[in-house]
Design a protein around this ligand. Structure first.
Ligand code: HEM
Length: 370
């Protein structure tokens, strides 16, 4: 069964069809050489298993690529927090976590008044996220937007299920280019108390640059998507207008449960794992389908419904050792946006379109005056 392919093409129809007949909630996809996990129970059993590793880029070594390309990719991904394991993961995670946690309280999260018919994503969601990340990193909005654009190709490596060797060469070029952009920005800001790079200055460039890019770009796309989904949910559930202040936290978390921007997280098996009369073998992937896990009917009653009574934890920020480091910042921001969303209700949805790719989902949303 070509699950992975169908996940990318039409996740929304797909998960319902597959889950209906599957009691184990665990399926193997030969094309992907991957096990797919669909429910909370299996996620809990497997996510902390030491025989599963976060580094899903081990294949890089074996690809027939130029030596410099392999070096660039390996260096980059061995400093990309999400793909590291063991001691080096602990160190990088501590570093990134400390930076985010000491800075996110001081950010100004003010959400603007909505005052025009527009493409919501371009006019409101993206500029807002640029503004938040610019404050986090201590640079201008223009600099952050340069870093994000420079990194867009790099991210395609993480989100596409199949890449040609040419694509991978392209990714390596983009990494080099992104380093150049970070260097230019750093040269302007070095010594300034707010610039994040100054807290990392004792790290060598080959660790510092990927980490800065990691901090800026890991969160950009899912954060924008989360704002789109929040606006979509607010507009499609008009009764929420009365609850914006009192229930801002529940509203923003429920929106993230229904529409997790990262729809999957993956691990690679390094030692055999017997599981439910099946065997997960070395080199096979385990892909946790967060989209389905967040709709597990054992945990979330009536899971398709936007339900403010849902108090169980959802998994949009992942779980266990690799739980999203940006989650306190994002939660604070989404709560604030919800509280300040009164002006959105002067508008209605003009058009919307979900965009699914492998491992990621977002939407185009346009609004017009009622
Ligand atoms: C709505 C927005 C966001 C969502 C839905 C999200 C989701 C996730 C998920 C699911 C993971 C776990 C990946 C895995 O287990 O393989 C993750 C990890 C991570 N996220 Fe986020 N994220 C968001 C925003 C951010 C932001 C704004 C930042 C930085 C400012 C950030 C930084 C990170 C980092 C550094 C990791 C790696 C943590 C580790 O591996 O220990 N994220 N995120």
């Amino acid at each position: 069964m070509i699950i992975g392919k169908r996940l990318g093409e039409d996740r929304f129809k797909f998960y319902k069809t597959v889950l209906a007949g599957n009691t184990d909630q665990l399926l193997f996809d030969e094309e992907f050489n991957a096990w797919f996990v669909f429910n909370v129970r299996n996620l809990h059993t497997l996510i902390r298993d030491e025989r599963l590793k976060a580094n899903t880029k081990t294949v890089i070594d074996k690809l027939p690529l130029k030596i410099e390309t392999i070096r660039t990719l390996k260096n980059f991904y061995s400093n990309w927090v999400m793909f590291t394991d063991g001691e080096s993961h602990k160190q990088l995670r501590r570093l990134v976590g400390t930076i985010i946690n000491t800075r996110y309280h001081a950010i100004n999260y003010t959400w603007p008044q909505i005052n025009k018919n527009c493409d919501f994503t371009t006019e409101y969601a993206r500029p807002y996220v640029y503004g938040i990340l610019a404050q986090l990193v201590g640079v201008s909005v223009e600099d952050i937007s340069r870093m994000v654009s420079a990194s867009e190709t790099i991210n395609s490596f993480l989100l596409r299920e199949r890449l040609t060797l040419d694509d991978i060469e392209q990714v390596a070029h983009s990494i080099e280019y992104a380093y150049q952009v970070v260097k230019e920005i750093e040269d302007k800001h070095v010594g300034e108390p707010l610039y994040i790079g100054n807290e990392l200055l004792d790290l060598p460039q080959e660790t510092r640059y990927p980490l800065i890019i990691n901090l800026v770009t890991d969160g950009f796309a899912p954060f924008v998507a989360a704002l789109d989904f929040l606006a979509f949910n607010l507009l499609t559930h008009p009764y929420l207008e009365e609850e914006l202040n009192a229930k801002a936290g529940q509203i923003s978390l429920e929106s993230l449960r229904l529409f997790p921007p990262f729809t999957t997280i993956s691990r690679t098996c390094v030692h055999e794992i017997p599981f439910k009369e099946k065997i997960i073998r070395p080199r096979q992937l385990v892909i946790f389908d967060l989209y389905s896990i967040n709709r597990d009917p054992e945990v979330f009653p009536d899971p398709e419904k936007f339900n403010l009574e849902n108090t169980a934890r959802a998994y949009s920020f992942g779980a266990a050792q690799h739980l999203c480091s940006g989650n306190p910042l994002v939660r604070k921001a989404l709560e604030q946006v919800t509280r300040q969303s009164e002006s959105l209700y002067k508008y209605k949805i003009q058009s919307y379109c979900f965009k699914n790719s492998y491992g990621f989902t977002d939407m185009n949303l346009s609004i017009e005056l009622k």
